[in-house]
Write a protein that binds this ligand. Structure first.
Ligand SMILES: Cc1ncc(COP(=O)(O)O)c(C=O)c1O
Length: 375
């Protein structure tokens, strides 16, 4: 297996822990343990009662049921809990794919969704989101890319890094396209609960027998460090995932599942305040881009909390982002981490003041023509 580097993770490893203003994230502001306990009512004695036994290969039954009830069709047999959705993605891809399989991936996109199938020896075919069309996904183009050999289509809507999504009728068409050739449809729903003008899309696992959904606490729930995620998949696919897991992580830690269950029981209390703040921040971002059309071109995200503006006149934003961090202590992500170097990823899920200050510093840097030679 030949894994290419993940430039996004390299960038974050270097800068994430020392940023003064972090407006890079694809998630909302993280909660503290105290806030988690306050929202869920979890008592210290409940934590003390936990025995550090081994856990279930597919996840604790009550947690699987809570996930099936909220995002699935109520059947807990179709749920597996994982260490973040990253584990769900790699387990499913490893279980489903063979070298030589044809797999459709979306670009620009999140590295695990774009590169992992290739590392497994698959032939990846790119469904490209066109920046000139505001990254709007064209299902006609997808229909032309699938063939009888297509084993899987891997998508993520709302999407990282562009924030674009599809409508519910388009989801129906997407399922039809996959179904026509019998392909698995892998649906990364990391941002499903972060929509602004429409209600969240249903998970594909309830729409299509070969639909597989991935979910996580890392984005809308503000709990990335908890490392909790899941997949919704046909039981036979999950059985194959367990075969892989038996050699890797074995199961999710019971302590994590205890916390996860309580969070799931109070899901809206975690999501709602962060989503409402992101809604206001999204407007701030829109105004920021609108105020500087000479330098910034932005397609307003449909969902999620990541935006992917193009910085006009910069062919490759990498050096600019590096300069912005070194000299202005503001963290954003260069678009090259997603294969689109003229862009940057800006996260708008954090505190409003930080977003406002970060965008101000970004604008000042962009307008400082004298410094342009530095990037
Ligand atoms: C689209 C998408 N999927 C999956 C992940 C993995 O997240 P986690 O493993 O924290 O659930 C990320 C993280 O940024 C992401 O953006």
């Amino acid at each position: 297996m030949r894994l290419r580097p993940a430039p996004l993770e390299d960038w974050l490893r270097e800068y994430y822990f020392t940023a003064e203003i972090d407006i890079s994230s694809s998630g909302v502001e993280s909660y503290t343990m105290a806030q988690l306990r306050q929202i869920t009512g979890l008592r210290p004695d409940e934590i003390d009662a936990l025995v550090f036994d081994d856990g279930y290969s597919l996840g604790a039954p009550a947690v699987r049921q809570a996930i099936a009830d909220r995002w699935g069709d109520g059947d807990a047999c179709k749920v597996m809990t994982t260490s973040g959705s990253s584990e769900a993605i790699t387990l499913v891809l490893t279980a489903l794919l063979q070298p030589g399989d044809e797999v459709i991936v979306v670009q620009p996109g999140y590295h695990a969704l774009v590169q992992y199938a290739e590392a497994l020896g698959c032939r990846t075919v790119t469904w490209r989101l066109d920046p000139e069309a505001g990254f709007t996904p064209s299902l006609d183009e997808l229909a032309e890319l699938v063939t009888e050999r297509t084993r899987a289509i891997i998508v993520n809507f709302p999407q990282n890094p562009t924030g674009v999504s599809i409508t519910e009728p388009q989801l129906g068409r997407l399922v039809d396209i996959a179904e026509q050739v019998g392909a698995y449809l892998l649906w990364d729903a990391a941002f499903a609960d972060l929509t602004y003008d429409t209600k969240p899309l249903p998970d594909v696992s309830i729409r299509y027998a070969r639909g597989i959904g991935f979910g996580t606490f890392s984005k809308a729930f503000g709990l990335p460090g908890l490392r909790f995620g899941w997949c919704l998949a046909p039981p036979e696919v999950l059985a194959d995932c367990v075969r892989v897991r038996d050699y890797t992580t074995l199961h999710v830690a019971p302590l994590i599942e205890l916390l996860a269950l309580r969070v799931l029981e109070n899901a809206e209390a975690f999501i709602e305040p962060r989503r409402e703040r992101a809604r206001a921040n999204r407007e701030l971002l829109r105004q920021w881009a609108q105020a500087d059309p000479e330098r910034v071109s932005l397609r307003l995200p449909d969902g999620g909390v990541a935006a992917f503006p193009r910085l006009l006149g910069l062919g490759d934003t990498y050096k600019f982002c590096d300069w912005l961090f070194q000299h202005r202590r503001v963290l954003v992500i260069p678009g090259s981490c997603f294969g689109a170097p003229e862009h940057i990823r800006v996260g708008f899920g954090g505190p409003t003041q930080a977003l406002s200050d970060g965008l101000d510093r970004l604008s000042t840097a962009l307008s400082d023509a004298g410094r342009r030679s530095a990037w």
